[in-house]
Design a protein around this ligand. Structure first.
Ligand code: ADP
Ligand code: MG
Length: 282
């Protein structure tokens, strides 16, 4: 059984004025995500990624269709807390997610709200800070940290609640390249070592290459999905929908368009070099 399951989900934001029609932004979206899977969710601005993601921890409820988390129906008000404990949401701006003036207090905030006993909270906070490699900063003030460090603290705050799944909505969008790498490495480590299911929303194509599965959204629908190689082999389709592909993929694709005999898809620099080397030698 899928851990996260969206079945024929439609969603419309209620419009402010009464005589205005509410606008449907998700149309019949179905998607299942297995426990332990790492899924990257792509799509250009306004395609419905954030709206869809918020359905996975009952921040938003479907207007039509169903969403299940570990078999729990998000429409059931009584299950909301259970669902929020299972699925943590990390947002784009770390400054909006940090609440305390000391790092370890911030990480403790979530488990405190769950009513966990203090010695257990202490253990969880230390574990979470080690998992994101920020243990040495536990007594620092969050506002003095770099963007990447702050985002890792936000992730630690989620981990301390021991979720099965973390949904991250463009967590690297506001970070410099180094911060991006730190956060991405952290997410992969949590997936690999703790088996945490990951849904990573990103508009950096290179970040999607390391996922088990890539899902592309367009105008409130799923345009295509598959392994990174399956998805990024469809360069023309992605371009037709104003989406880019990883740089290595783009280079090999353009040369192929020029008539060079090259493989269909290179996902990273190594594959790109392997594809171009014979060409350059001949
Ligand atoms: N709070 C809101 N109220 C009304 N419309 C919204 C709201 N949030 C997003 N939308 C609209 O829903 C559509 C999908 O937005 P969103 O889910 O944020 O897309 P993405 O995350 O892919 O950029 C857009 O047309 C956007 O304008
Ligand atoms: Mg968004």
């Amino acid at each position: 059984m899928d851990y996260l399951s969206a079945e024929h989900v439609t969603f419309a934001y209620q419009s402010e004025s009464e005589n205005e029609e509410s606008l449907e932004v998700l149309h019949d979206v179905s998607l299942g995500i297995r426990k332990g899977e790492f899924v990257a969710l792509l799509g250009h601005n306004g395609s419905g990624k954030s709206t869809f993601a918020k359905h996975f921890n009952a921040m938003l409820l479907p207007s039509g269709g169903k969403v299940y988390v570990d078999g729990l129906d998000t429409m059931d008000e009584n299950l909301k807390l259970e669902i929020r404990r299972r699925v943590g949401l990390v947002l784009q701006n770390p400054d909006n997610q940090l609440v305390a003036s000391i790092v370890e207090e911030d990480v403790a905030f979530g488990p405190e709200n769950l009513g966990i006993a203090p010695p257990e909270i202490r253990r969880r906070v230390d574990d979470a800070l080690r998992a994101v490699e920020m243990y040495d900063y536990r007594l620092n003030a969050p506002y003095k940290l770099s963007g990447g460090q702050k985002q890792r603290i936000a992730i630690a705050g989620i981990i301390a609640m021991q979720p099965d799944c973390i949904v991250l909505d463009e967590p690297t969008a506001m970070l410099d390249p180094r911060g991006r790498t730190e956060v991405l490495d952290t997410i992969h480590k949590l997936n690999r070592e703790k088996g945490i299911t990951i849904v990573l929303i990103t508009h950096y194509m290179d970040e999607a290459v390391g996922a088990d599965r890539v899902v592309v959204m367009d105008e409130g629908r799923i345009l295509t999905q598959g392994t990174p190689r399956e998805v990024f082999s469809q360069v023309q389709l992605l371009k037709d929908h104003q989406l880019s592909v990883p740089q290595a993929t783009e280079l090999v694709w353009r040369l192929k368009q020029e008539g060079y005999d090259l493989p269909l898809c290179a996902l990273n620099i190594d594959e790109c070099v392997a594809a171009l080397e014979p060409l350059l030698k001949s």
